[in-house]
Write a protein that binds this ligand. Structure first.
Ligand SMILES: Cc1cc2nc3c(=O)[nH]c(=O)nc-3n(C[C@H](O)[C@H](O)[C@H](O)COP(=O)(O)OP(=O)(O)OC[C@H]3O[C@@H](n4cnc5c(N)ncnc54)[C@H](O)[C@@H]3O)c2cc1C
Length: 459
């Protein structure tokens, strides 16, 4: 429980209707998209302006109340799962797209703007905002920046960080800092905006985002290639990259994921193939036609059983939905779905995919794997039941084995979902003592009282 006087002061800042304190109202804010993680916060506030965010932070900091910033709560590492007794600052009411500037190719938005709306707004000017996390219809741009989210187009276009030109941030003491600007080049001092991108709500609250846009590609071609061996799919990816083709999308589904997607979305996938690759190329129509033909030839040369090419935009959407539905489709199989996020150098993909399949058999578990194969980013997804203590113990041991193998192969414990609560136990192992301690000293310098999202990323 927060002190009544604090609740009263917060109500004075945001209005009584924008403060939740009743137990039943707090439940939806006590978890995010991460399975089996829940805690009870003390209150949720919905500010509508930067000044209100700043005033809430000042009030919470003065009483030593932890602050957990929240967007849509789709995070997959527990980043917005509240700390016990914390104040949740939920930014979904700050959702305006403030400006699209076609002369400077920028867009300015409040942090609660939904990712898909950013690209739709850019599209009205013939412009494009490429980062497209699978959650784009619900996630917020503030959450995307705080997690440095990736997406299905990451191979060609990069991740959220590559599009952030500026940020407005409320600091731990309530002061408002502006980082970056519309200039294409700017080396005035440290690049502090980069420190806040991917900081998972532990360094400040992002209250405005200035994004870079690019010209919208004139054409796109979408293909699905089906394989009897995972190694052939992985080798297709390596061969496409070696042929100097950078498709916008090279996504992978294993047999279990393809089977679940077919059950769920009926997109016409065979359920007996070992791997499905979703391949997309975009750009000038002539280049797209040429690259699509080369990619099809490479896939067939690497023993693709079949390559399906979309005949129109509607069919392209249908083929792409096979990948976009992967998580939801897997989540229907068992009561608990634990989605992981390891990334390895692309040369190690086949080794890693095979290791995950062997680990599933060794621990007698169901693991569906899908992911951004062009980026080396895999999502081994445990289909399990958190009420079964024995099975959960095997899940944890299997996951530790997967992380250990990832690190042995030169990979990372998270490619896009962040550390949050879920990946904390492995962070020091990946970074080593010196880098880990450097990160902690940055946190201490920026948030000396430790009020912002305490217990996330590190203890
Ligand atoms: C079906 C599904 C598919 C997904 N696909 C992808 C994918 O393809 N790629 C990918 O990268 N992720 C993916 N995710 C994970 C998730 O959607 C992203 O991490 C997303 O960016 C989180 O946005 P959110 O608004 O839900 O943030 P939340 O979950 O509310 O918060 C995430 C973190 O950001 C912090 N935060 C939120 N807003 C702010 C702010 N304004 N200022 C400071 N900190 C803030 C929170 O404290 C928390 O630590 C997926 C999730 C789901 C459920």
């Amino acid at each position: 429980m927060l002190q009544a006087s604090l609740i009263e002061s917060l109500s004075g800042v945001v209005g009584g209707d924008a403060v939740l304190t009743r137990a039943e109202d707090l439940v939806p804010y006590s978890f995010d998209g991460t399975a089996a993680l829940k805690t009870r916060q003390a209150a949720v506030v919905f500010p509508q302006t930067t000044t209100q965010v700043s005033d809430c932070v000042k009030l919470a900091a003065a009483s030593g109340t932890p602050i957990v910033t929240r967007g849509s709560g789709t995070g997959l590492s527990g980043g917005s799962v509240p700390t016990e007794g914390s104040l949740v600052v939920c930014l979904t009411k700050m959702d305006a797209i403030l400006d699209v500037d076609p002369r400077n190719l920028t867009l300015t938005a409040q942090p609660g703007a939904i990712t898909q709306r950013i690209d739709e707004a850019a599209g009205r000017y013939g412009l494009f905002y490429p980062p497209d996390p699978g959650s784009l219809r619900i996630s917020t741009i503030g959450g995307n920046v705080a997690e440095n989210s990736g997406g299905l187009r990451g191979l060609k276009y990069g991740v959220t960080r590559d599009y952030v030109m500026g940020l407005e941030v409320v600091l731990a003491d309530g002061r408002v800092a502006r980082l970056g600007n519309r200039c294409v080049k700017d080396v005035a001092g440290y690049s502090l905006k980069d420190l806040f991108i991917g900081s998972e709500g532990t360094l400040g609250i992002i209250t405005e985002v200035l994004l870079k846009l690019v010209p919208r590609p004139a054409a796109r071609q979408t293909m699905l290639a089906l394989y009897d061996r995972i190694e052939d799919a992985a080798e297709t990816v390596s061969a496409i990259v070696a042929a100097r083709i950078i498709p916008c999308t090279l996504e992978f589904l294993d047999r279990m994921t393809a089977g679940c997607v077919e059950e769920y979305a009926r997109v016409g996938l065979p359920t007996d193939c070992e791997a499905v690759l979703l391949m997309e190329t975009d750009g000038h129509p002539a280049a797209v036609a040429d690259e699509a033909a080369q990619m099809e030839a490479i896939a067939r040369a690497h023993r693709a059983r079949d390559v399906r090419t979309a005949r129109d935009a509607a069919e392209a959407l249908q083929l792409a939905s096979a990948r976009r539905n992967a998580f939801s489709a897997l989540a229907r199989r068992r009561p608990t779905t634990i989605l992981e996020d390891v990334t390895v150098p692309r040369s190690e993909l086949a080794t890693m995919v095979t290791f995950i399949a062997e680990t599933a058999s060794a621990f007698n578990l169901q693991i569906g794997t899908f992911g951004h194969m062009g980026d080396g980013n895999l999502h081994p997804t445990f289909l399990t039941d958190e009420r079964d203590a024995d099975e959960m113990a095997r899940v944890h041991r299997a996951f530790d084995a997967i992380v250990t193998r990832t690190l042995e192969l030169g990979g990372t414990i998270t490619g896009e979902h962040g550390v949050g609560l879920a990946k904390k136990p492995w962070l020091r192992r990946q970074l080593g003592d010196a880098t880990f301690d450097l990160m902690k000293s940055v946190k201490r310098a920026v948030d000396p009282q430790g009020v912002l999202n305490p217990g996330k990323v590190f203890d």
